[in-house]
Design a protein around this ligand. Structure first.
Ligand SMILES: Cc1ncc(COP(=O)(O)O)c(C=O)c1O
Length: 486
């Protein structure tokens, strides 16, 4: 705290400075002022713009500064954050945020982060924090149960889906390829998330080793073409080793035929990874389970709690059917480390994942699930499926609307196609304008993408704060923009 000066207790010059050790009054005061701000912020979320980027340059410029040599009052720091920094951003926590893949941001997890950071225990090695390690292992076991994985399953919480996908590819490489793996070829759909291609590159595979298989009219991988590609690659001396299915693509929420992919993978001796970063947790719902039939046949699955479990950003997960495979890919020992566990029930996270020191991610998931049980999470996902269906039917009835991708989960992609406007840049520009008109009201924020060379507008509903009232507003904005001719 500003105002405390270094003591000089040794009779000469001392560098002992206890300013960083807060008194109980200081801790209470800082916490209370933070919580005041946070509650006001969270309560005003429904009235905040769904996105605001005006003033971005000036804001960024004003935040460039040299290292402060002395401290500043806390209220001023909070004011900078809450009055200047956060208001200029995509409002990913807003109920109107229907862009990209919404995250939500459970306040309950903010409390978990607060507890984790303030206690700052070591989580990655079992002996250093057996309770923390077990809490993360328990969360992983819950996920494995939801998927329907056997007792052999294991996994870890990563920083996000990209890192989970990366570890999945490294594990597949370790399990299916020799040390010299440059002939290894992997198969994905043209709609796969780009973190897979990026991970393949980071794992040492040239981009040409990633075969992007075309999709059908529902944006799901064409298994017949996949089979042909594998056969052709084998004939030319390459080594197919991995197929990646999507349980909910980012563009449209498309779910590949996971049962068919599992069969191909088994027949061809490929590792089968499913990227369920966005869609995997819909397995908690009846409809999701039905649509993702075959999920439990995968060797590994990415699930992102910071998407469909509504956590704040910073938590993905990789769940692997045989946890020993994770260990074979990630284990590395060192003399200065404590003894590692040999008992399968006791997990050293550093043995099965890329990181050593890390935060207590398990608490981020465990605390809200312990506090509420799984029911409200399941109900929210059911509601999102309903809302996606509802908004699709509502906009389908508008004149000249084309639903380009029907919702398979909670994403719909559409465009407005006025008579006389054929496919091409003019139609794309028309839809961009329409989307901007909708977004300009700041009540909802939509983003677009390209499907088969056509610009389409997406609605992705995933936040626990988004309900029918906001979807009604989204619909009315789209209806008005269509009527205005944009
Ligand atoms: C299907 C899919 N996979 C992977 C990712 C990457 O996840 P993350 O952003 O957590 O790294 C995303 C992100 O949107 C995604 O939608």
């Amino acid at each position: 705290m500003p105002g405390t000066s270094p003591s000089d207790s040794m009779g000469g010059r001392s560098n002992e400075n206890r300013e960083l050790e807060l008194s109980s009054e200081a801790m209470r005061s800082l916490t209370e002022r933070t919580v005041e701000r946070l509650i006001a912020h969270v309560e005003s979320l429904p009235d905040q713009p769904a996105s605001e980027t005006a003033g971005a340059e000036a804001l960024a410029a004003s935040l460039r500064e040299p290292t402060p040599e002395s401290g500043q009052p806390f209220d001023g720091i909070l004011a900078t954050l809450f009055e200047r920094v956060f208001p200029v951003s995509f409002n990913t926590a807003s109920p109107g945020y229907l862009a990209y893949i919404p995250g939500g941001g459970l306040f309950q997890t903010a409390l978990a982060d607060f507890i984790s950071a303030a206690t700052n225990r070591y989580t990655t090695v079992f002996v250093a924090g057996p309770g923390q390690a077990q809490i993360e292992a328990t969360v992983v076991r819950w996920f494995a149960d939801w998927i329907g994985y056997p007792d052999t399953a294991g996994g870890f919480l990563a920083s996000g889906g990209s890192l989970a996908n990366f570890s999945a590819i490294v594990t597949a490489r370790q399990e299916r390829l020799p040390e010299n793996f440059l002939d290894g070829t992997l198969y994905v759909s043209e709609q796969v998330h780009h973190s897979i291609t990026k991970s393949a590159r980071l794992a040492g595979f040239p981009t040409r080793n990633v075969r992007a298989i075309p999709t059908d009219d529902r944006f799901c991988i064409r298994c017949d073409l996949l089979h042909e590609a594998i056969t052709a690659d084998r004939a030319s001396g390459r080594r197919p080793f991995l197929v990646v299915g999507s349980a909910g693509t980012t563009n449209t929420g498309a779910i590949d035929d996971l049962e068919a992919l599992a069969q191909i993978a088994a027949r061809e001796d490929l590792w089968f990874h499913v990227d369920g970063a966005y869609g995997g947790f819909f397995v908690l719902t009846e409809r999701g389970r039905t649509r993702m039939r075959g999920l439990a046949s995968a060797d590994s699955i990415t699930l992102d709690p910071h998407k469909a479990l509504f956590l704040p950003y910073g938590t993905g997960s990789l769940i692997v059917k045989d946890r020993r495979a994770l260990q074979r890919a990630h284990s590395e020992r060192a003399d200065y480390m404590p003894a590692m566990q040999e008992d399968a029930d006791h997990i050293d996270l550093c043995e099965i994942s890329p990181e050593l020191s890390r935060g207590f991610r398990g608490l981020r998931v465990w605390l809200p699930l312990k506090l509420h049980g799984v029911g409200p999470f399941r109900d929210n996902l059911e509601e999102k499926l309903d809302l996606a269906t509802w908004v699709t039917e509502a906009i389908r009835d508008l004149p000249n609307i084309e639903i380009v991708a029907e919702p398979q989960l909670s994403i719909v992609a559409f465009r407005h196609r006025p008579q006389g406007l054929a496919d091409g840049p003019e139609l794309d520009a028309h839809n961009r304008r329409l989307m901007e008109r909708v977004n300009s009201k700041r009540r909802v924020f939509l983003t677009g993408t390209s499907l088969g060379g056509r610009f389409v507008i997406r609605i992705c509903v995933l936040s626990f704060r988004t309900h029918r009232d906001r979807m009604q507003e989204a619909f009315e904005s789209i209806r008005d923009a269509v009527a205005a001719g944009s």
